[in-house]
Design a binder for this molecule. Structure first.
Ligand SMILES: CC(C)(COP(=O)(O)OP(=O)(O)OC[C@H]1O[C@@H](n2cnc3c(N)ncnc32)[C@H](O)[C@@H]1OP(=O)(O)O)[C@@H](O)C(=O)NCCC(=O)NCCS
Length: 179
């Protein structure tokens, strides 16, 4: 089951967000929910997500593109089936780069952190070595979150790269044969 229920320790205010789960999204099947999610974000949020000014048509093109490429996505729906937090995962060599957005009223509840943890599990399960984020250099929430999960952050020319080296998955110890 590729679903992770957000644990109490991941959510800063669990009483306000009971039993929400991180679920895999299909960019084609869940297109309408993704469109609504991005439409609910402020222009500045979109600028931070895409590391530069982007028009609404640019977001539409991005959603077209991730449908075609089948880019892996995860999200969290609220009780009204609104997509309140999403991440898109892009493989870059041996690393996985994560782009994430959380709707303003759902911030500081641990959703961003939980999505990054889910992304790290996804990457480790596929033998990838690192988790990356790319952000504008003044994106305090994202850079604080990145540092909070242990990423090393380097800022250069107004942009920032965060990197977390992932522990390899341990091989399961097989029981020794009695013979
Ligand atoms: C960046 C973003 C995804 C963070 O999501 P979030 O769900 O609010 O983050 P979390 O609640 O998981 O925060 C975890 C930790 O990150 C840090 N953090 C998050 N937002 C912060 C803020 N505004 N100021 C300072 N630290 C912050 C804190 O250490 C926080 O832990 P705490 O709440 O216990 O103090 C969200 O602000 C967002 O969608 N921004 C617009 C789009 C964007 O910038 N995307 C990133 C592009 S890669």
């Amino acid at each position: 089951m590729d679903t992770l229920v957000i644990r109490a320790e991941d959510v800063s205010n669990p009483g306000k967000v009971p039993s929400l789960a991180i679920v895999p999204l299909d960019p084609t099947r869940d297109r309408r929910a993704l469109e609504s999610h991005f439409a609910s974000l402020h222009r500045e949020d979109l600028r931070y997500r895409f590391c530069g000014s982007i028009k609404r048509e640019g977001v539409t093109q991005y959603l077209d593109q991730i449908s075609v490429t089948g880019t892996p996505c995860y999200g969290v729906f609220d009780d009204g089936l609104a997509l309140v937090a999403v991440c898109q995962l892009e493989r870059l060599g041996c690393d996985l780069e994560v782009g994430l957005t959380v709707l303003p009223t759902f911030r500081r509840k641990g959703f961003g952190k939980a999505l990054l943890r889910r992304s790290a599990s996804y990457a480790r399960a596929r033998g990838l070595k690192g988790l990356n984020i790319h952000s504008l250099g003044d994106n305090t929430p994202m850079l604080s979150l990145a540092r909070r999960i242990g990423m090393t952050v380097k800022i250069h020319s107004g942009e920032a790269d965060g990197h977390l080296t992932l522990e390899p998955v341990q091989e399961m110890e097989l029981p020794t044969s009695p013979h």
